[in-house]
Design a protein around this ligand. Sequence first.
Ligand SMILES: CC(C)(COP(=O)(O)OP(=O)(O)OC[C@H]1O[C@@H](n2cnc3c(N)ncnc32)[C@H](O)[C@@H]1OP(=O)(O)O)[C@@H](O)C(=O)NCCC(=O)NCCS
Length: 232
Amino acid sequence: MDPSRAADSPADESTAPPPDGPPALRFPYDASALTAEPLRTERLVLRPLESTDAADVFEYQRIPEVLRYLPWPERNRAEGYEHTAKRAAGRVLADDGDFFVFAATLPGEPSVGGPTDGDGGTRDRVIGDFMVRVSSAKHAQLELGWVLHPDFQGRGFAREAAGAVLDFVFETLQPHRVQAFLDARNAASAALCERLGMRREATILEAEYNDGEWQDTAIYGILRHEWAAGRA
Ligand SMILES: CC(C)(COP(=O)(O)OP(=O)(O)OC[C@H]1O[C@@H](n2cnc3c(N)ncnc32)[C@H](O)[C@@H]1OP(=O)(O)O)[C@@H](O)C(=O)NCCC(=O)NCCS
C-alpha cells in the first residue's frame, strides 16, 4: 500500500473517496487514539481492549454457549487472561491480518475485576468485544467479529455497538467492503449482520473442521456505497 495515502484522522467530505473508486484505506491506523476518544453510543462506550479487562472477558469466554460458534477453545482462567492480553496488544492496522478489538463497556455496571485504576473508583464492566481485522489491505477489505456476554444479549447492545463500529470503520478507515465470517448455524450472528444491512453472500460448505465435525461458513458483506445509502 502506498504510504503517501496514510492518514489516521477521520474522513471528511472533501477527502472521502468516491464510493466505487479504487482502494483507499487510510492506513496505517493506530487504534490507541480511541483510548482517549472512545466511540460513544446511546448506552455504551467502546474503547480499545486492555489486558486489565481480562476478568470481565473471562466471564463470557468461559461459557460453553458463547464458544459454540466461535473458533475459541475452552480456556482456563490463566489461558483466558493470556488470550485477552494478546488481543489487547493488537492496535495498529497496516497489513493483512492486523487487528484491534473494541471493548464494549456499560457505564454504571461495575467490572467483575474490581477497580484497577489506582484511586479505588468504579471501573465499568466490559460486556462484550468487537474486533476489526484487515482481510486485504490491497483491496480495502475489512472484517468484523463480535461477542457479547449472554446476560446482556437480547437487548440490542450488539446492534448498537456493531453499528457504531461499522460507521466508524467506513468513516475513518475508508474500506471498500466490510465482511463477517460466521458458523452457518449461528442464527443470532446472522440476524445481527442483517440488522446491520449486511448481505449473505456465500455459504462455504464444510469450510472448517471443529469439535469433531465439518462445519459450513457463511459470509456476510456490505459495500461502501450500500453503507452510505443506508445512512442517507
Ligand atoms: C451474535 C451476538 C453478539 C448477537 O447478540 P444479540 O444480543 O442477539 O444481538 P442484538 O444486540 O442485536 O440484540 C437483538 C435482540 O435484542 C432485542 N432488543 C431488546 N431491546 C432492544 C433494543 N433496545 N434495541 C434493539 N434490540 C433490542 C431485539 O428484539 C432482538 O431480539 P431477538 O433476538 O429475540 O430478535 C450474540 O449472540 C453472541 O455474542 N453470541 C456468542 C458469540 C458469537 O457467536 N459471536 C459471533 C461469532 S460470528
